[in-house]
Design a protein around this ligand. Structure first.
Ligand code: FMN
Length: 210
């Protein structure tokens, strides 16, 4: 268990911090289905996120149908060769991440829930700027990852859809004008969560002046 910050003293506070501290990228997922109630709870949590002017530009596409998941996996599969052609990472952590990323591609068709978090580029009105759409989409995505963890589900961010953007849009029927931000792969974990490895707060926090 990662260290929970000292001010978290009530059981509820500790639970929240423990969930945040163990919501790690889970690329090893069982094929068992994710109940619809869990999907909706995750999207509920995602939609509690903040967005500019509360515009809530996010839209969610939960892919659970086996045929659709297979089609998406097949569209992304060639990207495995691109990863294989990259130089082998030097450190053990990066090498482990690489193995996990490869496993995710290989097993994608059996991941029970692929949650695409999309967004509308419509803010500010008359002069829309994508930064507002992306900030909302990724805030929602992080809430979704943490909510999945709270429910005992594993989740991992992925940008794998970028490997075959036109094909993925066509499979999913995403209308022109709707951007696909992230594909979360979600399912019951095959491995323990364990703490996330992050830089200490003291290394990244400054007060009052850089
Ligand atoms: C925007 C974004 C894109 C990501 N894309 C991928 C991906 O395509 N494939 C993958 O296996 N992990 C992906 N990840 C997961 C990160 O590699 C992971 O969160 C990071 O290595 C930290 O791992 P940890 O949370 O287990 O500590 C992505 C994460 C983010 C935030």
């Amino acid at each position: 268990m990662s260290q929970v910050p000292a001010p978290a003293s009530t059981a509820a506070q500790v639970a929240v911090f423990e969930t945040l501290g163990t919501a790690r990228a889970m690329r090893y997922l069982r094929a068992d289905p994710v109940p619809a109630g869990h999907v909706e709870a995750i999207v509920w949590a995602a939609t509690r996120a903040s967005s500019a002017d509360n515009t809530q530009p996010w839209r969610f596409l939960a892919v659970t149908d086996a045929g659709q998941r297979q089609r998406i996996a097949a569209a992304i599969a060639p990207f495995r060769q691109v990863i294989c052609a990259m130089p082998e990472p030097s450190g053990p952590t990066a090498a482990r991440t690489r193995r996990g990323a490869e496993h995710l591609i290989d097993s994608l068709g059996s991941v029970p829930l692929l949650l695409f978090i999309c967004g509308l580029n419509d803010y500010p009105e008359g002069d829309p700027q994508e930064r507002y759409l992306w900030s909302a989409v990724f805030a929602a995505a992080q809430n979704a990852v943490v909510a999945a963890r709270a429910l005992g589900l594993g989740a991992v961010f992925s940008m794998l859809h970028v490997a075959a953007p036109a094909e993925i849009r066509s499979i999913l029927g995403v209308p022109a004008g709707v951007k696909i931000g992230v594909m979360l792969a979600i399912g019951w974990p095959q491995r323990p969560f364990g703490p996330v490895a992050r830089k200490p707060v003291g290394e990244v926090l400054r007060y009052d002046h850089w």
